[in-house]
Design a protein around this ligand. Structure first.
Ligand code: COA
Length: 276
């Protein structure tokens, strides 16, 4: 998109994102073919602050920022197609960047978002691969247990892998979804869009990660499953073997990166492309 000189209409107001904006935000994400239900937006908003742009009461842009200890994640950056190229994307981004203070900022960029984020000082590296499809059952290589578990221990493992303190988000997901645990790893499975999403998948080694994914695929046999993998971890071919195929991708980007403690625990799948 080339920048046009027309600024956003003066009638647009940018206000804090509240529950009252969830339906309008969902309509906006639907218009860009994102699968989020109102419930999916609500989960994100429950751990975020953000802004919406309103024109005549209609939501025409959204932006969210979640604070997870030393790291903030930015998500759901959308501008109504009719309003693009007029500086509104930059305005809402600047508002949510300010919410993050001096924290490290992360996001996963679509091709549309990349130019704007680069201009705002984000740098990219690697690839997040979105896989989706009707799951096929597989036998886990090691035992996997489903059911309630010590969420504090899972949040600690997630923190070691991601550098984020997001026990509140993980507890919310575990509260409505399924928690899978195995020796050296865990994963969460929840409703999302018109199917389910598996993420995060956090593990000490690929064997534990594969076992968690196989268990989730077996539970979801014949049903729509999505997972957003970090490509470098090498599990894309394995997940394709479980009936899912690559349907999209994104670029992880960071601004103002902070120090990272070394850890043998790694993230294999994100909570989702939006949530990091
Ligand atoms: C990404 C998006 C939010 C940008 O919104 P926007 O209102 O068009 O952005 P702006 O007009 O503020 O543009 C911001 C800057 O990026 C540049 N830019 C935006 N889109 C660009 C493109 N496709 N190619 C090159 N430059 C681009 C603009 O020139 C502008 O630069 P400037 O501020 O230095 O003049 C919008 O395209 C969108 O909603 N896309 C669909 C949803 C999506 O993919 N969101 C990103 C999720 S990670």
């Amino acid at each position: 998109m080339t920048r046009v000189d027309t600024p956003p209409p003066a009638t647009i107001e940018i206000v804090p994102f509240t529950d009252a904006h969830l339906e309008g935000a969902q309509a906006l994400s639907q218009a860009v073919d994102w699968p989020h239900r109102v419930e999916d937006w609500a989960l994100n908003l429950s751990v975020s602050e953000g802004v919406v742009a309103l024109e005549g009461g209609r939501v025409v842009a959204t932006a969210l920022c979640s604070l997870h200890g030393p790291v903030a994640t930015i998500s759901m950056i959308i501008v109504d197609a009719a309003m693009r190229g007029r500086g509104l994307g930059r305005q809402i981004m600047e508002r949510v960047i300010a919410l993050a203070g001096d924290r490290e900022l992360r996001l996963v960029a679509t091709a549309d978002g990349l130019p704007l984020y680069r201009k705002l000082g984000f740098e990219g590296g690697g690839r997040i691969v979105q896989l989706r499809g009707l799951a096929r059952a597989a036998t886990p290589e090691q035992p996997v247990r489903a059911g309630p578990t010590d969420l504090h221990a899972l949040a600690e493992m997630d923190r070691a892998a991601s550098g984020m303190e997001r026990g509140a988000l993980l507890a919310r997901i575990a509260g409505t979804g399924e928690t899978l645990t195995t020796e050296g790893g865990f994963a969460l499975l929840r409703r999302f869009g018109n199917g389910h999403v598996l993420g995060p998948v956090v593990a000490r080694d690929p064997r534990a990660a594969r076992a968690l994914i196989a268990e989730a695929a077996s539970r979801m046999e014949g049903r729509l499953l999505r997972t957003d993998l970090i490509e470098d971890r090498g599990l894309v071919p394995y997940v394709e073997g479980l009936g899912l195929r690559v349907v999209g991708d994104g670029t992880p980007m960071v601004r103002n990166p902070g120090p990272r403690a070394a850890s043998d625990v790694r993230t294999y799948a994100l909570v989702s492309q939006a949530l990091g």
